[in-house]
Design a protein around this ligand. Structure first.
Ligand code: HEC
Length: 117
């Protein structure tokens, strides 16, 4: 495990130190983060998580507050609309076809907040 993760972690560290003063990057345990609510966690694992933990998708990563800041500034109505309609590389409804608005909002808030300790 350590051997596999060592290099990316080192690169991440170098990247952070090189441009000091920047907010912290996406949490290293981004793949382990789940909403506290069991039903939301289930939805999240089936939909949002498949992209929002993968940097290559260019999606703002779960718990990466710096990446989410500018997006949250647009306001929840706009964010919700973007999820429902699809936005850039994100398909309509974020691939959760049964989700209601309250669930989308809760999922957005979960992904945009710093990871719980
Ligand atoms: C197939 C991949 C994929 C899935 C699944 C996905 N997203 Fe996204 N999402 C993206 C990408 C890529 C972006 C960035 C799009 C851009 O900025 O061009 C994004 C951006 C967003 C944004 C920011 C929109 C904005 O206005 O900046 C929100 C909010 C969001 N996703 C919520 C969700 C939620 C909630 C789910 C699960 C219900 C979800 N996404 C599922 C790929 C995905």
């Amino acid at each position: 495990m350590n051997k596999i993760y060592g290099l990316p972690v080192l690169l991440l560290w170098l990247g952070t130190t090189a441009c000091g003063g920047k907010p912290p990057p996406a949490p290293a345990n981004v793949g382990d983060l789940l909403p506290a609510d069991a039903e939301l966690a289930d939805i999240y694992q089936r939909s949002c998580r498949s992209c929002h933990i993968v940097a290559d998708t260019s999606a703002p990563l779960t718990g990466d507050t710096a990446a989410w800041q500018g997006r949250m500034d647009q306001g929840m109505d706009t964010l919700l609309q973007h999820v429902v309609d699809g936005f850039g590389g994100m398909p309509p409804l974020g691939m959760c076809f049964e989700c209601d608005e309250q669930q989308f909002i809760a999922l957005i808030q979960f992904m945009a907040q710093p990871p719980a300790e």
